[in-house]
Design a protein. Structure first.
Length: 583
């Protein structure tokens, strides 16, 4: 493996490493890869296009948002004092502002948590005992007395999963309550304790460091659903085993669990004594279905998992079974070299973000809707750079929290495995964007509802949930449905052209389809997260109602065609190394 691919994949997430695949599978991937095209005349032309166009894109974004733009006075007040070369900084995005302004506080918390963890281990305190205690203390520090509201939701879900015996009713009520809790919080989050009972008004005086307790509740909801659904599925699995083994009345429940769960059940034993007994670690997929005893699905482990501090605020999302397994067995991916390189990557991403915020004020422009008089190219760059900043503002906190978790000995999935601009397939884009959430959706919604057998229905269910989960807004629900609509052409055309994958023209047809795909993905996300209706109307009017707009649209489509060809060749380069990350 080359150094560049080592740095790009191996240090990002152990789940992406070719070593995690069997040799036979690696050879199969390599055999299907095409010969490298990087040295051909065609791809040298593509490189020349990149050398010219990418700087022009940055130039257009800067001209549309800097102090030289005639609209600058409309958003200047939104900007803050920066630290780079005496420039202002666009710190107007509320989500990233919270993270950026509290970065040092988070760094101190990571240091405190890591230090206390090591002290607790020195004194023989169990991992989950520490997680349980620190998690509850952190919950109170973060949200003050509002943590009671969160705990009420957590315990209600636990009671539904634990005490309703009918599987279908239990699962149905869990989903109804979990989704309903989002609506309850949206409508009633402002109600104070004093309004409920006057003598509780003293509880309104301390709301913790994070006053908006409901903002991060969405991730808590995913965790308590994971625990309860894993418990229900495990209980059903054991019930089937007991029924199957009725002819062996002397067999214990634990022995039945070992027979039914996995041939590697021994890896879950808490009292394995090395080196006499060698344990085969479960892989990433096996950990999702790790066959624990029902006694492990208890209130203590539940609260330790749901309030696990490194991942509490925003993830990445790890299932209960995976968390439990990793508290017992440390994965080989937890090592100093990997974590150090991951930290360096994070530092580089922060520097890129700071540079963009100091030199392109596109977020402030979008907030002020200050694009009057801009060219179609400039308006599109305002939207595109907004999308890239959204990608970075999510990637940076997620990687910081994942780094914290890695330092703590728990390896959750990497959320962003590709740059946002390195996607030509809508299906692959959603697999690589918020990847841990995508995996959660597959496990608990997509597969149980029928998966690819009913792809349209299951995709509608997934993206409707995603939209509501993000926020209770109609525009996000419309965005979710648009995404499903935009997925259909790719699904249909991929199946139609599947027999022709070895034809010389196949990659060119795919690149043309990718151009349409990229346009649709950009427009859906620009509408949902950046420009809203007014900005989208301005962009579409400027592109399709003027001659300059049509010329820009055609030139942009040619550039997207070039980009799609390069992205496809990057995937082939990975395949030639035996790597196939399915996106």
């Amino acid at each position: 493996m080359s150094f560049s691919s080592f740095f790009a994949l191996q240090t990002l997430d152990g789940r992406l490493e070719p070593s995690a695949q069997s040799m036979k599978k690696r050879q199969e991937i390599i055999s299907k890869a095409h010969k490298s095209r990087w040295s051909t005349v065609e791809f040298r032309v593509y490189l020349a296009v990149f050398v010219v166009v990418v700087p022009l894109m940055f130039k257009a974004a800067m001209e549309a948002s800097n102090e030289t733009n005639p609209n600058y006075y409309r958003y200047e007040r939104i900007l803050s004092n920066g630290w780079m070369f005496g420039r202002k900084v666009d710190n107007s995005d509320a989500q990233y502002k919270f993270f950026r302004d509290n970065f040092m506080l988070l760094g101190g918390l990571i240091l405190l948590h890591s230090t206390l963890r090591r002290i607790s281990l020195f004194f023989g305190v169990a991992r989950r005992t520490f997680d349980f205690a620190f998690g509850l203390i952190f919950l109170f520090g973060a949200h003050g007395f509002n943590c009671i509201k969160i705990l009420v939701h957590i315990m209600t879900a636990f009671c539904i999963g634990r005490y309703i015996q009918n599987r279908r009713i239990s699962i149905t009520l869990l989903w109804i309550y979990s989704v309903g809790s989002l609506f309850i919080n949206d409508k009633y989050r402002r109600i104070s304790y004093g309004q409920i009972l006057p003598f509780l008004s003293f509880m309104d005086t301390f709301s913790g460091i994070i006053n908006r307790w409901d903002v991060f509740f969405n991730f808590t909801m995913l965790r308590f659903l994971s625990f309860n659904l894993d418990y229900v599925f495990r209980k059903e699995q054991l019930a089937k085993t007991i029924k199957k083994d009725d002819d062996q009345p002397n067999k214990s429940v634990s022995e039945m669990a070992g027979d039914s769960g996995s041939e590697t059940y021994s890896v879950l034993e808490k009292n394995v004594t090395p080196p006499e007994q060698t344990v085969k670690l479960l892989n990433d997929r096996e950990r999702l279905e790790a066959p624990f005893d029902l006694e492990d699905y208890n209130i203590f482990n539940y609260l330790a998992y749901v309030t696990y501090t490194p991942l509490f605020i925003a993830g990445p999302i790890i299932t209960f079974n995976d968390y439990m397994y990793q508290t017992i067995h440390t994965l080989p991916t937890i090592n100093f070299k990997r974590i150090a390189v991951y930290a360096l990557r994070l530092g580089f991403c922060i520097l890129v973000m700071e540079t963009l915020l100091h030199f392109t004020y596109v977020v402030a422009v979008a907030k002020a809707k200050a694009w009057e008089g801009d060219t179609p190219f400039q308006i599109s760059m305002i939207g595109l750079f907004n999308l890239n900043i959204i990608w970075l503002k999510l990637l940076i906190p997620w990687r910081l929290f994942r780094l914290w978790s890695l330092i703590d000995g728990i390896d959750p999935p990497e959320n962003m495995i590709r740059c946002m601009d390195n996607n030509y397939s809508a299906m692959c884009f959603w697999r690589a964007w918020h990847r841990s959430y995508n995996r959660w959706l597959l496990k608990y919604i997509y597969v149980p509802l029928g998966g690819s057998r009913y792809r349209i229905v299951t995709s509608l269910a997934v993206f409707s949930f995603v939209a509501v989960w993000h926020d209770i807004e109609l525009r996000l629900l419309i965005w979710g449905w648009l995404v499903v609509l935009f997925l259909l052409p790719e699904i249909i055309l991929t199946q139609t052209f599947q027999p022709y994958t070895n034809e010389w023209w196949y990659r060119h047809v795919c690149a043309c389809g990718a151009v349409v795909n990229i346009w649709m993905m950009m427009l859906a996300n620009l509408y949902g997260f950046c420009l809203n209706y007014d900005g989208m109307k301005m962009l579409c009017d400027s592109m399709f109602k003027t001659l300059d707009g049509w010329l820009f649209f055609l030139a942009s489509s040619v550039c997207l065609f070039v980009a799609a060809q390069v992205m496809r060749e990057l995937r082939q380069n990975e395949h030639r190394q035996g790597i196939d990350v399915k996106c």
